[in-house]
Design a protein around this ligand. Structure first.
Ligand SMILES: O=P(O)(O)OC[C@H]1O[C@H](OP(=O)(O)OP(=O)(O)O)[C@H](O)[C@@H]1O
Ligand SMILES: Nc1nc2[nH]cnc2c(=O)[nH]1
Ligand SMILES: [Mg+2]
Length: 167
């Protein structure tokens, strides 16, 4: 996208950190569902929402878990988001009582699309950038718009030269 700010900074998230933050998200959502506080189901926006959704559903003891697949990025390049796979229609209805989980909201375009489909659902992300905040109901940590978030599933440990070993 031409008007997109460059990602000057990197925010590196470890497995431990995403586990802690996704747990914090679950605890914040506990008892906030419309049916006596209960949620009917968790729906992960794949693929990034799957690990957080698994942790949230485990913490809140929700066994009904489904997915919606939305693709909008190729590496750091954004295109128009499109739905590749939908969750079960009878279960979703207008989204009432459904907790939709993603790893992050950036421009908000992904959530905007999913919100149009399920306007009564509750939208939760672990991380949020300012442009996407209006699209999310609950999030844990805000990062600036010019930051790219690196998740542990996209990373690998590798050797680095010691400082004095470089020429
Ligand atoms: O708020 P937006 O600007 O729409 O961006 C946020 C979305 O982008 C990433 O998904 P991506 O499309 O890269 O697919 P992935 O989850 O399979 O990595 C991320 O996981 C969010 O779903
Ligand atoms: N991994 C990752 N995917 C994204 N999709 C949109 N913004 C981001 C980001 O900051 N990090
Ligand atoms: Mg995603």
């Amino acid at each position: 996208m031409a008007d997109r700010l460059p990602h000057e900074k990197g925010f590196h998230v470890s497995w431990d950190q995403i586990h802690r933050d996704a747990r914090a998200l679950a605890w914040r959502l506990d008892g906030k569902g419309p049916d006596d506080g209960a949620w009917r189901a968790v729906v992960a926006i794949t693929r990034g929402g799957m690990a957080p959704a698994m942790i949230v559903s485990r913490e809140l003891d929700i066994r009904t878990v489904d997915t919606i697949s939305v693709k909008s990025y190729n590496k750091q390049e954004q295109s128009e988001p499109r739905v590749i796979k939908s969750p079960q229609a009878e279960m979703m209805g207008d989204g009432t009582g459904i907790l939709i989980v993603d790893d992050l909201v950036d421009t908000g375009k992904t959530l905007e699309l999913v919100r149009r489909l399920y306007p009564k659902a509750h939208f939760a992300t672990v991380y949020a950038k300012p442009s996407g905040k209006p699209m999310v109901d609950t999030y844990i940590t805000e990062v600036s718009q010019d930051t790219w978030i690196f998740f542990p599933w996209d990373m690998a440990l590798q050797y680095v030269e010691p400082y004095r070993g470089k020429d």
